[in-house]
Design a protein around this ligand. Sequence first.
Ligand SMILES: Nc1ncnc2c1ncn2[C@@H]1O[C@H](COP(=O)(O)OP(=O)(O)OP(=O)(O)O)[C@@H](O)[C@H]1O
Length: 302
Amino acid sequence: MIEVRGLTKRYGPDTVVDDLSFTVEPGQVTGFLGPNGAGKSTTMRMILGLTTPTRGSVRVGGEEYARLPVPLTEVGALLDAGAMHPGRRARDHLLAIALSNGLPRTRVDEVLATVGLEKAARKRAGGFSLGMRQRLGIASALLGDPRVLIFDEPVNGLDPEGIRWIRDFMRGLAAEGRSVLCSSHLMSEMALTADHLVVIGRGRLIADMSMSEFTRTKGEGTVLVRAEEGDELARRLTAAGGTVRLGPERALVVSGMDAMEIGRLASFHGVTLFELTPQAPSLEDVFMELTRDSVEYEGVPA
Ligand SMILES: Nc1ncnc2c1ncn2[C@@H]1O[C@H](COP(=O)(O)OP(=O)(O)OP(=O)(O)O)[C@@H](O)[C@H]1O
């Protein structure tokens, strides 16, 4: 497992990771979520001993990364798929990593097969598509057969087939009992992959819970309302404490009130309703709500 305790990183006056504590358990995919700039990559780099924390500690399998005798056999990571020599053949790239880490050569062909790159083994990485580069990056993370795997935004820029492959692959690794930590800034993507969620904003922990707990406890639904006198109803709902947004085709999307309260209010003011549909919160909505105060650069609504 990965144990993060009181982890803090400062760059000059900026605290980019702020007293962060969480645990990544085996047998699960833990989604590491946060808006752009939240501090996910910095946290992952500290877990991997690539960035020194200002304060706090990280243990992988009970040890600090720097104390692991052969780190690649404990933890494998995909941080930046572009980080490979373009002129080097895929197999040679893996062979160099295996040999410099004292891992057997036989692992190279095994991991190439695992990620489906056998046929491209003798091709140069420079000619690889993004999807193939991701697979090669994952192959190198798997060389030491580690129990812990870390993926930083692994599906960024991939086509739907590539996304599905990575998703299934991560689920497979967790099913084998490994600990998988995977970062993303998209909730919708994690909804299909993660068992557990760690959500951060501006370097601070916002949520640490199972996916089902996350939707159950954090979700407040909306009600879609269509009315003959939409503008009037919107005013009445706002006055009654609801929050109203304009939805598709002039429908109202109401939060803070349930369908019964809205129906009663409309009836009281003689407003004719055409539709009154409670909508379960999407995970994306819950995520946006949670991280609203912690996005670095917020767009101004048009
Ligand atoms: N070496 C550095 N020096 C100064 N500031 C840094 C450094 N590395 C990261 N930062 C800052 O730390 C903050 C967090 O960055 P980080 O890359 O960890 O976020 P992230 O959650 O991974 O975001 P993204 O999804 O955009 O990659 C950002 O504001 C970034 O500008």
